[in-house]
Design a protein around this ligand. Structure first.
Ligand code: BES
Ligand code: MN
Ligand code: ZN
Length: 503
């Protein structure tokens, strides 16, 4: 997808479809006003006659527009002017691009940068526009014998009213395109079935990203022998019941001029299928446990976005990949395993496996002497009970880091919500037989899961993102969302901006 930027009078723009946002109050934004003048008050009249109401996300296509060079005009409702915020802006974008993706048009020109979103500049609006257009054209048709036709949309021109804004819009589109591609890559990895997307498949993805990066990304794959040698027995304990061998995947990107600058580390939970193991899950909707590698998928998507954006920071991505199956060799409830850190864990429930692969990945990350570590995991069903499907759960041992993540989530509109990680919760993990148990009972399941991880994150500022509620959608819309690639990429860009200020 291409995103050229134009400052021309929108009435003169030659395009298959001109997309024009309108507030409910009917006061036209600059681009809409120019179009209205050129088209014998087409827009004003549609609103006056009640043929178009500008409710948030309402889309109306006008197939012929007199006086304009565009072949079609699309009006997009922004709703109430005084409620205009990041979320509503994105809703309007999604509605417009979903409609565009279903039309036989190869190009469109959008006047979304005109929209006054409080505290957000043209660069931000251009980013959101590019990201939304890529998300809208995404299809996952690999396994259909007769693929549904792909969206035709290939070029989205960003119209800007002030020529000063053109450079900002260009930079925004560059970043938004990278984020959109990262999100779609994450969605594809998430949507792939468990019989295709195995730990070895994920390792291959890393190798391919490395090859395509022309030396920008170094990739290390630790196989089971290497993990045994290292002592990552807890990670290995999860895959013991599976025919698919486990992997620890490490990707290193050096963007800072100083190779020794402390890196930011992202760790993804990559359970390519979670049956629960011997603590077998009930059958209903178990297919959705192919999405249990969405944390890993979001790390891959963020790496892909970072490779496209090339931020001047150092980044290490770690993916802990295993398949959780019941079997004669599988880990049993009550088994005690020694972690890479040396602490022993009593596995009271083999379905609490995410924390078991992540704890060794956290310990492994100590060697990078990181500036920050964020793990991303579809860790607990309890996160869905607490926050539903809107917010990612955030827990951290460092309040500054938590605030940075919350802010990145607001900017990307891929939001997280901070839950407490108080000492009082730790006692739920006490075990009679080992240093700690891998479950803490029903109360505060998301918090006790994070408490478990925190025991392995004492050497660096660390945050945990529980994406159980946000990584995929169920029902008719079933599919991976690509979250939280937007948040993570923004977090990295913000760290780059911090580093430039310090220099
Ligand atoms: N992958 C699941 C968490 C999950 C379940 C995410 C449903 C999204 C939807 C995780 O491995 C798991 O099974 N967690 C258990 C933990 C429990 C045994 C302490 C859970 O949440 O039930
Ligand atoms: Mn599980
Ligand atoms: Zn799981």
């Amino acid at each position: 997808m291409e995103f050229p930027v134009q400052t021309a009078n929108p009435a003169k723009v030659e395009t298959a479809c001109l997309v024009v946002p309108v507030f409910k109050d009917g006061d036209l934004l600059p681009a809409a006003a120019k179009l209205d003048d050129a088209s014998e008050r087409l827009i004003g009249q549609l609103i006056e006659r009640g043929d178009f109401t500008a409710g948030l996300g309402n889309v109306q296509l006008i197939p012929f527009a007199p006086g304009l060079n565009a072949e079609r005009l699309m009006l997009v409702g922004l709703g109430e002017r005084d409620k205009c915020n990041e979320g509503n802006f994105r809703k309007a974008l999604d509605a417009a691009f979903d409609a565009l993706a279903g039309l036989p048009v190869g190009d469109a020109a959008v006047a979304m940068i005109d929209v006054p979103v409080p505290n957000r500049d043209s660069q931000w609006k251009a980013r959101m526009t590019a990201e939304a257009s890529l998300r809208a054209v995404y299809r996952f048709t690999e396994f259909k014998s007769e693929p549904t036709p792909a969206a035709k949309l290939e070029r989205v021109t960003l119209l800007v009213s002030e020529s000063d804004d053109a450079e900002h819009a260009k930079e925004g589109a560059r970043i938004g395109a990278a984020v959109g591609e990262g999100i779609n890559y994450t969605r594809t990895l998430g949507n792939l079935p468990g019989n295709v997307c195995t730990p070895r498949y994920l390792a291959e993805q890393a190798e391919q990203l490395g090859k395509a990066s022309e030396g920008k990304l170094e990739v290390d794959i630790l196989d089971e022998a290497a993990l045994e040698e290292l002592g990552a027995r807890t990670l290995l304990s999860v895959g013991r019941g599976s025919e698919e061998p486990s992997r620890l995947i490490v990707m290193r990107y050096q963007g800072a001029s100083d190779p020794d600058e402390a890196p930011h580390v992202l760790i993804g939970k990559g359970i390519t299928f979670d049956t629960g193991g011997i603590s077998l899950k009930p059958g209903a909707e178990m297919d959705e446990m192919k999405f249990d590698m969405c944390g890993a998928a979001s790390v891959f998507g963020t790496v892909k976005a970072a490779l496209a954006i090339q931020p001047r920071i150092n980044l290490v991505a770690v993916v802990a990949a295993a398949e959780n199956m019941p079997d004669g060799r599988a880990t049993k409830p009550g088994d005690i395993i020694k972690t890479l850190k040396g602490l022993t864990v009593e596995v009271l429930n083999t379905d609490a496996e995410g924390r078991l692969v992540l704890c060794d990945a956290l310990t492994y990350s100590e060697r990078f002497e990181p500036a920050s570590v964020i793990d991303i995991a579809t860790l607990t069903g309890a996160a869905i009970i607490a926050l539903g499907h809107h917010a990612t759960g955030l827990l951290s041992n460092d309040d500054d880091l938590a605030l940075d993540i919350l802010e990145a989530g607001e900017t990307a509109w891929d939001r997280a919500w901070h839950l407490p990680l108080w000492e009082e919760y730790q006692q739920q993990l006490e075990s009679n037989f080992a240093d700690l148990a891998n479950i803490g009972g029903r109360p505060a399941g998301t918090i006790t899961a994070a408490c478990f991880l925190s025991r392995f994150a004492d050497k660096f500022p660390w945050a945990h993102l529980d994406i159980a509620g946000t990584a995929w959608q169920s029902g008719k819309q079933k599919g991976a969302t690509g979250r939280p690639v937007g948040l993570l990429t923004q977090y990295l860009l913000d760290r780059e901006a911090d580093a430039q200020v310090e220099k």
